[in-house]
Design a protein around this ligand. Structure first.
Ligand code: THU
Length: 161
């Protein structure tokens, strides 16, 4: 038997004011686009904004449904839009924020398991890591260099060979 170790590191900033201008802009866009979420059941409005390798900006928000499992997260709405509008273009960075209208929005959230799987597939597809900037409406900001760091031992296309 041998033990393997998985190490994960990420950057922590006290607030958006500590980010560079480009990253701060993207975070503010993600915060603003939360207003376009449709989340009448959870009251948890999520916004995601991507900067693509070709310079284009694409947004996504969560879209819920009275049949709860039909709802889709902001991140996967964004990935579907990006892939449809700009096929095969890599995503450099995605900023993700949220407005919890029934609670607090002062700490970063991190993509759910299903979105992690979708992010990893996108990275593999365009052969470039996606950088994530996670935040609430205020408070700390986390930066993760590769979305795949959030999904160790992930299942992927290679496993289907
Ligand atoms: N949600 C997202 O859109 N992204 C996340 O990273 C976490 C959760 C949505 C799903 C649902 O509409 C609401 O937030 C509450 O879970």
């Amino acid at each position: 038997m041998k033990k393997e170790e998985y190490r994960f590191s990420y950057e922590v900033y006290d607030s958006v004011a500590d980010l560079n201008e480009q990253d701060a802009w993207l975070v503010n866009e993600a915060r603003e686009v939360t207003a376009a979420a449709y989340a009448p059941y959870s009251n948890f409005n999520v916004g995601a904004v991507a900067k693509l390798a070709n310079g284009e900006i694409v947004a996504g928000t969560n879209q819920e449904n009275a049949s709860y499992p039909v709802g889709i997260c902001a991140e996967r709405v964004l990935l579907g839009s990006a892939a449809s509008l700009y096929p095969n273009i890599a995503i450099d960075t995605i900023a993700i924020s949220y407005d919890n209208t029934a609670g607090v929005s002062n700490h970063p959230i991190s993509p759910c398991g299903m979105c992690r799987q979708a992010l990893v597939e996108y990275e593999e597809r365009v052969k470039q890591p996606i950088r994530l900037i996670l935040s609430g409406l205020d408070g700390k900001v986390f930066i993760i260099a590769n979305a795949n760091a959030l999904l160790p031992l992930s299942f992927g296309s290679v496993d289907l060979k």
